[in-house]
Design a protein around this ligand. Sequence first.
Ligand SMILES: [Zn+2]
Length: 296
Amino acid sequence: VTIYPWLQQDHQALAQRAKNRQLHHALLLLARHGTGKTDFAQHMAQYLLCQNSSGPSACGQCKACLLFKAGSHPDLHQIESEKQIGVDQIRQGLAKLSATSQLSGAKVLLIHAADTMTEASANALLKTLEEPTANTFLLLTAESTQGLLPTVLSRCEKVRLTGATKQQTLDWLQTQNIDIPPQLLDLYGDRPLLAKSKSQQTDDKDFIAFQQQVNGLVGLDPVQLANEWQAQSIEVVSWLQYWLKQEYQQPLAGLQWQLYQNCLQAKQAMLNPGVNKSLLLTQLFIQTQQLLAKPV
Ligand SMILES: [Zn+2]
């Protein structure tokens, strides 16, 4: 079992506590998208189930580990959903937890993206969070505590996973023979898995294509460009901010500064589901055109 280098300390700390029987029965693992928290949660589940967990990580060879790797460990149940975790999924998971352990070891319920639980789902979980059966663990993951009910939060131990440094991301990508362009490392260096997928995207809608378009924006139609990019609007605004910082001397002044501030506000506004993202992007692109049209 290979734990990502930037998460090894976190894994060891939790494993040590499990060994000493001091691990909280309900852990909420918090980390941003692209840092490896899903894998971390699975490694932790495997460790808790492993029948030979004397080392720093699961042995990878015992019956429990083999069943885990085959995706068929009877005492592990995982819940995930594309959109929302419904109450039936939670009830099914809890039913598994309340059964007798088939391998006479721990039982683990893993809830991925727990912040997508409906209120009914979260409520269905409360009793188990409060009164767990012996040797039972609930591992929840989320990007942030937003979207989780206070009643759930108060019954879990919150574990904020350590992010990666740029160097760790670079080193890790090198072990996989992946070259990362410096601008992507600047943007995603704290999130190695995201950096990896961005580096491997051959799709033109990536940062480099965007950067070329922005440099040629004077001759383009901002409305059309905004429609083209609206599906990833928040990311595009981050790219625009990055482009500003690359293109102009710091500190930004005048129109440059104004555009940067407008980017910050637009990103905030885009978190609101009802907002017209294409319109916000159009406004930012028009300002970018004005900036490019102005002689420096
Ligand atoms: Zn094992």
